[in-house]
Design a protein around this ligand. Structure first.
Ligand SMILES: *Cc1c(COP(=O)(O)O)cnc(C)c1O
Ligand code: SF4
Length: 338
């Protein structure tokens, strides 16, 4: 089956809330943010391969009067995206390298855990996304798309943890996700399940009690990893979504990407860690930006990253300070920087 065609020409691949909650394409974004219509056309011209996409909820958090709003920067394509920068490439972390790719939807880079790329669909297109050039079409469509991956996992007893990733795994829809979780739980040597998703942040009402129960109800130890980058993203609805997950038995961790203009000041970074801690969400990783083509303008240096971690350590409990890491695409783990 072909993916449904969409207003922005980018596949939805089972996106479970493709309706009015999504704002797709430059024109729709310009309208939602009160920008001139010609800005919308310009945005579309800049972003052919990775169109503008956001949710109404996320847009409601943006201060329209501030052109440098840290949430706006995450979704608004700038002219810098088109600029080639040496060292910024299409596959910065080696996800597409043959030796890491054991099946079309399976990236197995690190011992013990393997990552399933379930879908190319996201409710939001983060302009710094390291998978913005990922060839999702090679993953295939429908339930068959992960059959080969599940077979590899079933035959490799070293894989004890399966990470659902994407795109956004919650884009699959509750039924398909539940089905997949069951299939993973049926592999005896798999003990843990991890779900990496930005949906609690950008479309929190999609995280229903039913979905939380589906994810928490498996025999696998399930852990949820969200993706908040700024304190203002911890809206009461997002916090409530994480509460539902926790009540269903899933610890909630967070990973952020260190982004220029978003969370690179001591003030904004500490506020993010505080807000996460107040929501009982454990800051797990702070990622240095993966050098993906089109995102160079978000880069923050390693030294500045270390300074932020140090500042946070002097103000917050140890559990509320994430580890600063870089994915070098090589080695047995992400590299710990601080
Ligand atoms: C980041 C990543 C993981 C998970 O790494 P952890 O350090 O366990 O969080 C697994 N597989 C791939 C391909 C990754 O990029
Ligand atoms: S939600 Fe995640 S996968 Fe989707 S665009 Fe944002 S960073 Fe990329």
């Amino acid at each position: 089956m072909n993916p449904p065609s969409t207003a922005d020409g980018h596949p939805n691949r089972g996106l479970s809330s493709p309706g009015s909650n999504l704002v797709r394409g430059g024109a729709a974004l310009a309208e939602a943010l009160d920008l001139a219509p010609k800005v919308g056309a310009m945005l579309d011209a800049r972003t052919a391969g990775f169109p503008v996409r956001a949710t109404r909820h996320y847009l409601s958090l943006i201060d329209k009067a501030d052109p440098h709003d840290p949430l706006l920067l995450q979704i608004l394509p700038t002219v810098e995206e088109g600029r080639a920068t040496p060292g910024f490439v299409r596959d910065p972390v080696g996800d597409q390298r043959a030796d890491h790719h054991r099946a079309p939807a399976l990236v197995h880079k690190y011992p013990g855990r393997a990552l399933l790329i379930l879908t190319g669909a996201c409710a939001i297109h983060c302009r710094y996304c390291f998978r913005r050039h990922f060839p999702y079409e090679e993953v295939g469509e429908g339930g068959r798309r992960w059959a080969a991956a599940l077979k590899v996992i079933a035959e490799d007893t070293s894989i004890v943890e399966v990470i659902l990733s994407g795109g956004d795994p919650l884009s699959l829809g509750d039924a398909a996700l539940g089905d997949l979780v069951e299939q993973i739980a049926a592999i005896p040597h798999v003990r843990r399940l991890r779900i990496h998703s930005r949906v609690p942040v950008v479309d929190p009402e999609q995280v229903t009690d039913g979905l939380a129960r589906t994810l928490g109800g498996t025999r696998l130890s399930a852990i949820f990893v969200t993706h908040f980058n700024h304190a203002r993203e911890l809206h009461p609805l997002a916090v409530a979504a994480c509460d539902r997950l926790r009540r269903a038995g899933l610890p909630v961790l967070n990973q952020s990407v260190l982004l220029r203009g978003v969370n690179d000041s001591v003030e904004s970074f500490v506020a993010l860690c505080e807000a996460l801690a107040d929501a009982a969400i454990v800051p797990y990783y702070l990622h240095l930006l993966d050098p993906v083509a089109g995102a160079a303008h978000f880069e923050v240096g390693e030294e500045q990253g270390r300074a932020l971690i140090e500042a946070a350590r002097s103000r917050l409990p140890g559990w509320a300070v994430p580890r600063l890491v870089r994915d070098t695409g090589a080695g047995p783990a992400k590299r710990l920087i601080a």
